[in-house]
Design a protein around this ligand. Structure first.
Ligand code: SF4
Length: 330
């Protein structure tokens, strides 16, 4: 991924306009490699002191404005688009683009798209600028392309926890253009429709069905294990974009109404080690990042459930009505 030089020039202009003396920089893990070079350039061209946030950053939900408010006058956040949240600092969001060619893998997906006419086209922030080209190619090849803006996302964009841009699409199948299984799995669990991944990094295409089935089997086993749990930890994140205290309170009441106990645990970064000292808790419910329970389940000894999975475990939702957990930003 790269940040175009033009974007850095714009950032420097904005920093000068704001007369900022202290500038915070925040990068997702994959872009931290550029941090010192950009810091050097900003310091040289603006005279401001740069402070780089070294904490992990995994998503747009995790802007470190609150952490840095006492240290800097402006924060430059790279690699994610803004969410509709109230920030306590001026924030400059800088897109990071991948210049990787998307058409080869999309061409390789055509066989798998045979038989589907209406295609929901989806990607993530770093490929959005090339999505129109993909859409044109698919339309020239007889497909009808469906894309919509979401709440907190733009046309064709999903987050791992937010699928509002595809919820109203009457698609026969979805084509996810991007790497890995993370977003494609989310789309599959959200829509239950065929999802094909066109992967520009591998240059090929694959279906997500089998992977999703495997994940669902693990979820079913974790839910079954939580059925006997009496004491639950309800995890709430202190990160603004993941914080769902109201939901946690509702879950506590739900647990107590069903004769179980629920304790709200507030924390910043969720990790297996942080939960280890709570030896008397039998299971955990996650109101922070919805994907931790689904994608990192294997790392946790005790069952870690999403809110709707908890409903299944305590018998107020049917397995057939399984839903992926979302953070609704609007
Ligand atoms: S809450 Fe999780 S899935 Fe959603 S944007 Fe943040 S890191 Fe990604």
């Amino acid at each position: 991924m790269s940040m175009h030089e033009l974007e850095i020039v714009k950032v420097i202009e904005k920093i000068k306009d704001l007369n900022a003396e202290k500038v915070g920089l925040q990068f997702p893990e994959g872009l931290k490699v550029h941090a010192t070079k950009i810091a050097r350039q900003i310091e040289q061209e603006t005279g401001a002191l740069v402070i780089i946030s070294a904490d992990p950053c995994y998503g747009a939900c995790d802007v470190s404005d609150v952490d840095m408010v006492d240290s800097v006058d402006v924060l430059v956040h790279f690699g994610h688009r803004p969410l509709p949240l109230d920030y306590v600092l001026p924030i400059i969001f800088v897109d990071a683009y991948s210049d990787m060619d998307l058409l080869e893998c999309v061409k390789n997906s055509m066989d798998m798209l045979k038989g589907y006419k209406k295609i929901g086209l989806v990607t993530t922030a770093q490929h959005l600028h090339l999505l129109e080209k993909v859409s044109d190619f698919l339309e020239k090849n007889g497909k009808e392309i469906l894309m919509e803006d979401g709440a907190g996302t733009i046309k064709g964009q999903v987050l791992g926890c937010n699928f509002s841009s595809i919820k109203n699409l009457d698609a026969d199948a979805f084509l996810y253009v991007g790497s890995g299984n993370f977003h494609a799995l989310g789309i599959k669990l959200f829509t239950d429709k065929p999802v094909i991944v066109a992967d520009p990094y591998l240059g090929d295409a694959r279906e997500i069905e089998e992977f999703a089935d495997r994940i669902l089997r693990i979820r079913s086993a974790r839910i079954a294990k939580a059925m006997d749990a009496k004491k639950f930890g309800i995890i709430v994140s202190s990160k603004k974009g993941q914080s769902r205290l109201e939901l946690a309170k509702t879950i506590k009441i739900m647990l107590e109404d069903s004769g179980r106990e629920g304790f709200i645990l507030l924390l910043d970064d969720v990790s297996p080690n942080i939960l280890l000292p709570f030896i008397d808790l039998d299971a955990f419910v996650m109101t922070a990042c919805p994907r931790i329970a689904i994608d990192d389940s294997i790392m946790y000894k005790k069952p870690l459930l999403t809110p709707s999975e908890l409903e299944i475990a305590i018998g107020i939702r049917r397995w057939e009505d399984y839903e992926i957990d979302e953070i609704k930003y609007c």
